[in-house]
Write a protein of this length. Sequence first.
Length: 185
Amino acid sequence: MSQDSSTIVLLEGVSDVAAVRAIMRTNGIDETGIELRDLHGVTNVGRVLSEIRQLTPDVDVIGMCDAAEVRFVERALEADGCPVTDASDLPAYGFFVCDADLEDELIRAIGPVRAVEVIERAGLGPKLAALQQQTAWRDRPLAEQLHRFCGVASGRKEQAAGELAGALTRDELPEPLAMLLDRLG
């Protein structure tokens, strides 16, 4: 952790870091004083938050999580002294919840057709086409194909999240990312 950080953003993995970095860049948010922290899985949020509080108790800690993993953030915040009744309390503490997951939020925000265009511009079109030809995915809706494509390989997940997030305007950002950006900017 940088000693100069005034805000630490706790994010589930590298794809979330890539997406937040992209929206910060697109929206002119200076990264000085902001550390984007990869939790290597949201189950580590309690341990990481505790470590941060021991080292730099006054730093602002915010973050994002998927709806299915809210319980880990709730427990971490409760251990940090923040009363949490349910997920609706999380935004007050700077934690924002993706409806399903970040990829789902990004695909819905940009729309499946535009998402394909972004993926093709990133040079990933042939890989998407290969997935779409697989028997298990051939007849599925485009949004489901894109979600699977973006989440199937770790390097691709990071690249796709960054590219999709970077292609969104401020007004197009899904709510969790917009609320996070508001806290950063």
